[in-house]
Design a protein around this ligand. Structure first.
Ligand SMILES: Cc1ncc(COP(=O)(O)O)c(C=O)c1O
Length: 379
């Protein structure tokens, strides 16, 4: 069987597992806001899905996305895509080619790197899994790695998996570096709604920067596939000409996204309170467990990295023994080859009961993982 087929089976099996605890993909499993459910249900009942949506997205949603980022009206526009991943694929398609360089961190989110390599670009990953740099990219390191061949700087902010979030001063410094070499600065803002003080790169760099956004994590619409990118109007016009989503994104998902923006304040207060409490519960349990530690706390994403190497266990083994208990967590190698043997990642925007189960099992799972030397292939 091909790797793609094996991988597909793996996720199909997970989906078919009754009561699976999804603690591995940073998805949001808080029961949906009734207004969001109603908006999507109404769209289906009224059979809106017979028609294609406008190619760049419903105008009300495009405006809503820009307003939500707090950007000056008219300074930026949104292009709605089938998830943030499609926005990133479009940006790579527009800006990466043989001879160009795509500079990011390690760890980072792997898919844009894969797209960039497919486009023939060289991918440069600056290591940040290091307490000496506070687990974050510094302007000095970035400046040392970029040159005129650099067409894209891809900053996952907050970083998935580490959960660090960048300050205004840091973003301004990265923007100056991007400008100095003429690179597009992409701020992947998928997790910004879980950060204490997210700073939009477009405030520092209205031209030559792009933000990608998602409705998967804060609103819980991962399976609906809805996200977008936000940039200056001229850049949006250029990108629209290259978009493969010429027939628009899901009508039903866009209805849900608009309803979500309308209740965002109230909704996120609830999600954040749950997420914070789940993080605190995991943190406390990890501190009681010999050999485990959390390098970045609190994380500014809806997840926590747990370092496992001092416990002498393989991340894949821990993920596998949890999987056997119907709890999905992520092994580090999903994110990074270089640091992947050091950690697992656990998502926290989930029911408190799921996190309680994870915590109760933790000491036993560490012991069980110790004796599992050949875990199956993980994705
Ligand atoms: C950093 C980052 N960017 C983008 C995405 C993709 O989000 P979407 O579901 O909107 O395609 C993810 C999903 O895990 C992510 O972690």
């Amino acid at each position: 069987m091909s790797t793609a087929a094996v991988r597909n089976r793996h996720f199909d099996d997970l989906f078919a597992t009754p009561d699976l605890r999804w603690l591995g993909q940073n998805t949001n499993h808080v029961p949906a806001h009734p207004d969001v459910l109603r908006a999507m249900a109404r769209s289906i009942v009224e059979e809106e899905f017979h028609a294609y949506a406008p190619p760049l997205g419903f105008e009300a949603l495009r405006r809503g996305i820009v307003e939500d980022l707090g950007l000056a009206p008219g300074s930026a526009e949104a292009l709605v895509t089938e998830g943030g991943v499609s926005a990133l694929a479009l940006l790579v398609k527009a800006h990466c080619r043989p001879g160009s360089r795509f500079v990011t961190t390690d760890p980072t989110w792997k898919w844009p790197c894969i797209f960039a390599r497919q486009a023939g670009a060289e991918v440069v990953e600056i290591p940040i899994f290091d307490p000496a740099v506070g687990y974050r990219l510094t302007a000095d390191r970035l400046a040392a790695e970029v040159d005129e061949r650099t067409s894209v700087i891809y900053l996952v902010d907050p970083n998935n998996p580490l959960g660090v979030s960048y300050s205004r001063a840091e973003i301004e410094a990265f923007a100056a570096i991007a400008r100095s070499v003429g690179a597009l600065l992409i701020q992947d803002a998928t997790y910004r709604d879980f950060a204490a003080e997210p700073y939009p790169v477009l405030a520092a760099m209205p031209e030559g920067a792009v933000m990608t956004v998602s409705f998967s994590k804060w609103l819980g619409l991962a399976g609906m596939r809805i996200g977008g990118l936000v940039a200056a109007p001229g850049l949006i016009a250029d990108l629209a000409g290259l978009s493969h989503a010429a027939l628009g994104a899901s009508v039903v998902a866009q209805r849900g996204a608009m309803a979500g923006l309308a209740v965002k304040h109230e909704w996120m207060a609830k999600v954040r309170a749950l997420d914070d409490a789940n993080k605190a519960a995991i943190h406390a349990r990890v501190q009681e467990t010999p050999g485990l530690s959390i390098p970045v706390y609190p994380s500014h994403g809806n997840f926590l990295v747990i370092e496992t190497h001092a416990a002498g266990i393989r991340p894949e083994s821990l993920a596998e023994v949890y999987r056997r208990r119907k709890i999905m967590i992520r092994h580090g190698a999903y994110h990074t080859q270089r640091f992947g043997d050091r950690f697992v990642k656990v998502s926290t925007s989930v029911p408190a009961e799921w996190v309680r189960e994870f915590c109760d099992l933790l000491p036993a799972m560490v012991e069980e993982a110790r004796s599992l030397n050949a875990p199956p292939e993980m994705f």
